[in-house]
Design a protein around this ligand. Structure first.
Ligand code: HMG
Ligand code: MG
Length: 305
């Protein structure tokens, strides 16, 4: 396994309000999404992925994007990001003043077609004017790269496909990229190869790990990424989520599981684990279930004794 010195300060983006909730079948009220963002920032999160400006026919749960963005009381020092797949999405988003927009592409052709209804090459053509407009408006730009190790339609994805996509993203001005294991099938060495492919075009500070936990690999994959020197990660409080276009894939790694591991390794996240567990319990209650993450269950059980 490749190793590098592990960075001491780790920056997490909680993607729960967007990636976590986008796949919920029952409508989640905007007030609940707003309170979730408030609780996350109170727990110490400095980056929150709030919503997406996509077709409400494709993802009905995100149709309340304006209401959610308008309802948030912003904290200085917190970055609020939103997904924008095309100019229509960007034009809708810009009125809500996000700090960062996210264009989202895939290393797999089939997933690109299923998720955003176009080829990889066409997606880059759509993203280019979005990136240009965002940068001109002083809004930061991130690029999500889905299916960087495995695809629900194509199977294994070669690292060369990731390098190709990262190069295209760099070419249109995307400032940083997420190496996403959308369906959570990757194992540590595969994830390291995917990250190394992204590192052909971006430096370590501009590459983040976005690992879904379907097969229980997200923490080992995080450790593998840390060993390469990656210090930005995305996770979802209570492990919520899944992608509507990746059937069977479960949520992101739970933020509290990640924070427990990082703090246990002596790494700083700026996050209050107890407040985060309270948030995991609260949102799970709102969704009518018990918290699913290991750490929320363990700490809530310990508190109950
Ligand atoms: P399309 O059908 O090809 O778009 O969809 P179109 O331009 O032909 O327009 C069709 C209709 O959609 C029109 O409406 C447009 O106005 C409307 P109509 O005339 O039929 O009433 N439309 C829009 N409406 C609102 N906002 C927009 C927008 N654009 C067009 N921005 C499109 C293309 C991208 C819009 C569609 O495929 C879509 O919305 N896809 C959603 C994909 C999505 O949100 N997936 C989940 C997020 S990605 C993810 O979770 C992965 C990630 O977490 C990383 C990982 O884990 O891998 C990021
Ligand atoms: Mg995701």
């Amino acid at each position: 396994m490749s190793t590098h010195s592990i960075p001491s300060r780790i920056q997490l983006i909680d993607v729960g309000p967007r990636d976590g909730l986008q796949n919920e079948k029952q409508p989640v009220p905007a007030e609940v999404k707003i309170e979730l963002v408030h609780r996350l920032q109170a727990a110490g999160l400095r980056e929150v992925e709030v919503t997406s400006y996509v077709s409400p026919k494709w993802v009905p749960q995100m149709a309340d994007n304006h209401a959610v963005m308008a309802g948030i009381t912003r904290h200085s020092g917190v970055r609020y990001s939103v997904l924008t797949p095309n100019l229509k999405g960007f034009e809708a988003a810009v009125v809500d003043r996000p700090d960062e927009i996210v264009v989202f592409g895939a290393a797999s052709e089939a997933f690109s077609q299923k998720n955003i209804n176009c080829s990889i090459a066409e997606s880059i053509e759509r993203f280019a004017p979005v990136v240009q407009a965002a940068l001109a408006a002083g809004i930061a730009v991130r690029g999500a790269m889905s299916c960087t190790v495995g695809c629900p339609y194509e199977g294994d994805i070669a690292p060369e496909r990731v390098a190709y996509l990262a190069g295209l993203m760099k070419g249109i001005g995307v400032q940083r990229v997420d190496v996403a294991d959308t369906i959570g099938v990757g194992t540590p060495l595969q994830v390291q190869r995917a990250i190394e492919a992204a590192l052909q075009h971006y430096d370590l500070d501009h590459v983040s790990g976005h690992f879904h936990d379907t097969y229980g690999q997200a923490l080992p994959n995080t450790l593998a990424a840390l060993q390469l020197g990656v210090r930005n990660f995305q996770s979802s409080v209570a492990g919520l989520g899944g992608c509507p276009y990746a059937k069977g894939a479960t949520g992101n790694v739970a933020t509290e599981d990640l924070v427990f591991m990082l703090h246990g390794m002596g790494l700083d996240t700026g996050i209050d684990l107890d407040a985060l567990v309270d948030t995991a319990a609260w949102i799970s209650t709102q969704l009518g279930r018990v918290p699913q993450s290991h750490v929320a269950r363990a700490l809530l059980a310990k508190r109950a004794v």
